[in-house]
Design a protein around this ligand. Sequence first.
Ligand code: FAD
Ligand code: MLT
Ligand code: ZN
Length: 506
Amino acid sequence: MLNTIRLLVQCQNKQYVLEQIRCASQVLPQLSAEKYNVKRKDFATVQSSDVNFFKTILGNERVLTDDNDVTPFNIDWIKNCRGQSKVVLKPKSTQEVSQILSYCNEKKLAVCPQGGNTGLVGGSVPVFDEVVLNLMLMNNIVSLDEISGALICEAGCVLENVDNYVRERNLIMPLDLGAKGTCQVGGNVSTNAGGLRLLRYGNLHGSILGVEAVKADGIIIDCLKTLKKDNTGYHLKHLFIGSEGTLGVVTKVAIHCPVLPKAVTVGFFGVENFENILQLYKSAKSSLGEILSAFEMADRDAISSTVKNLNLPNPISDYPFYVLVETHGSDEGHDGEKLNRFLSKEMESGLILDGTVTSEPGKMQTIWNLRENIAGAGLRHGYVFKYDVSLPQKHYYELVPKIKQRLGDKAIVVCGYGHIGDGNIHINVTVPEYTREVAGLLEPYVFEEVSALQGSISAEHGVGFRKPHYIHYSKDRSALQLMHQLKTLMDPNGILNPYKVLPEEC
Ligand code: FAD
Ligand code: MLT
Ligand code: ZN
């Protein structure tokens, strides 16, 4: 059994508390190594002398070795992967990270960097006995330039905490995701997290001004600039954005924070079919242009199972599809009026069947809760196969009915939802429990279909442990070879997050 209290405290914000209690009463997930038939690489095994060394750096309290303490760090958020680590280290400074990595590199001990452990592709937990390096105690805000909006923080800062901090100073974080109460800024950078407002604020390759990271050999790479323009040589920070802990451990981040919008308005609309969603998106871009901050969609199954499983209210009735539109602007009256006008116009045109528009914080939160909790709601059915893919918008929803048909009554729910503006759909397939039969029906089928449509098999969640052997569906051999060369250059012993991102062969 899992340790209930620890999961409650460490894993999730309030919205997921109940989910954690439920999961805690279940048996442990199968070991990843067995489930996915992985062979351990030739790393050293942690000895008591190694633990003693870690304790000389961190003290006894920040080196966890008790099984009950370590277990939650071995299990991922969707309870799909379980590693076998015996040691969790909690550094408090870049210097400590550097000392740990330098030692592990020397001893050929594998390391799994870990942030908030909300990753959805198994990248954040060990596969075998890798040492878990959790950044949660590196959670200080270093500086904020309120004029330029440049914030520097340590990698272990929880996204929501940083957002609250900058909001008090009239700024916002440029990214927002359902896991904001738990995920860490270092984890966001390492996964190049997308989220709910990428449409408006762009991705992290644009917002991240600088990064401090520690290489596998313990060398600290200082690219922590806060300048908007800096063309002095190679843009090394980008190597750490989205490399999922395989090239270095991110220890500090400089990020550009946009101005807090004075006016926020949210609309939630019922729509007849997917074609109408695309037409609505086109219309929203032209009618709401400069204030549009999110354009999200979810199908009936995604919303109805969230309403049912988590007992959440739906402010409108039952429709085949739903669209959530948000605006960030500077004039509440003007923005609200614009979105209301958009609703009336598109109800007249028939693109919207019914809808609601609100600027009241409580009501906006109710709508966002429905959207943000789809990820957690599916876990109530038992097990979720999750697919996070990018597709050309015209093909965005095609896979959902195909998968439904392919699985028939083998699935409880097959649903699609996501970030329409980014061409990023999430497809969740819920089943009572994991079976090889359903896994075999889904994979590589889903990736073959995505590849045939010129999509990407990982839009925003990363490759992690679950997708290295499918990466070739989206990455050319020449690119994979260069990735391997970079990995060898930066981590010659391969100690950083082995079994993740890179395929064995290319
Ligand atoms: P972890 O899960 O701990 O780690 C993720 C990866 O980054 C691992 O490979 C890990 O080794 C590496 N890593 C973590 N910290 C560091 C570090 N400091 N240095 C080097 N490597 C590191 N993702 C999106 O993109 N958009 C969404 O909208 C979104 N919504 C989500 C909603 C929910 C409810 C949940 C559970 C997840 C969601 N995710 C989303 C996925 C996840 O939250 C993101 O990938 C997030 O960025 C992970 O951050 P984390 O701190 O939890 O990292
Ligand atoms: C989302 O957009 O809700 C997240 O990426 C998580 C998920 O895929 O469920
Ligand atoms: Zn998403």
